[in-house]
Design a protein around this ligand. Sequence first.
Ligand SMILES: Nc1ncnc2c1ncn2[C@@H]1O[C@H](COP(=O)(O)OP(=O)(O)O)[C@@H](O)[C@H]1O
Ligand SMILES: [Mg+2]
Length: 230
Amino acid sequence: MIRFENVTKIYGNKKALDRVNLEINHGEFISLVGQSGAGKSTLLKLIFGEEKLDGGRILIDDVDIATISEGDIPFLRRKIGVVFQDMRLLQRKTAFENVAFAMEVAGYMREKIEKDVPRILEIVGILDQMHSFPHEMSGGEKQRVAIARALAHKPILLLADEPTGNLDEINGYEILDLLQKINNLGTTVILATHARDLVNKIRKRVVTMEKGKIVLEQEKGRYQLVPDSI
Ligand SMILES: Nc1ncnc2c1ncn2[C@@H]1O[C@H](COP(=O)(O)OP(=O)(O)O)[C@@H](O)[C@H]1O
Ligand SMILES: [Mg+2]
């Protein structure tokens, strides 16, 4: 589904990604781990088309994303849902409206939106908070809204960049369970996190990054770091 071939990304004179090779298959759940600054977010941004690469190439379903014109970037993004640590919800809209708005932007009709939003909110477990505003919800609940919004346009790939970063441990695990449920429903998931305990619990493919390079790949591994490095 996604293939990185010798991908390099440079900021100033610093290599945020240094000749990264990575292949991700349809339906996979991948955890991308490593310390802050390792290059996790940069890798996700390249997939999403938010940043351009400086070397190598990225293929998504055999299409080199460098050959996609500016005008076609929205079509790429339509295949992808993104969730961030800081959630980025619209504060003056309810949970329902946040998800509905994303569907409107993606061009869905009102009738479809009215029908789908409650279904999506049910999947993420906050149907009963449908009419709550972000300030009325806990961090974990808000992140569920953000995930619902990311799923609104039915992406085939969900990118989650430190989605548990602002949550306590219990809520973090619950969000992780939700991401696994979404993966089980057929969406490919890439989770970027520096949270070692979280990833140890998943026991799915783990890709460890350090200083812009992939230093370890484990099929059902445990997150490893050199002792004392965090
Ligand atoms: N917009 C930017 N401008 C300059 N340097 C950046 C920018 N984004 C990231 N970097 C640098 O690239 C490296 C990788 O960053 P990032 O991908 O955010 O790491 P991670 O998500 O693993 O913490 C870091 O050294 C960071 O400082
Ligand atoms: Mg990051």
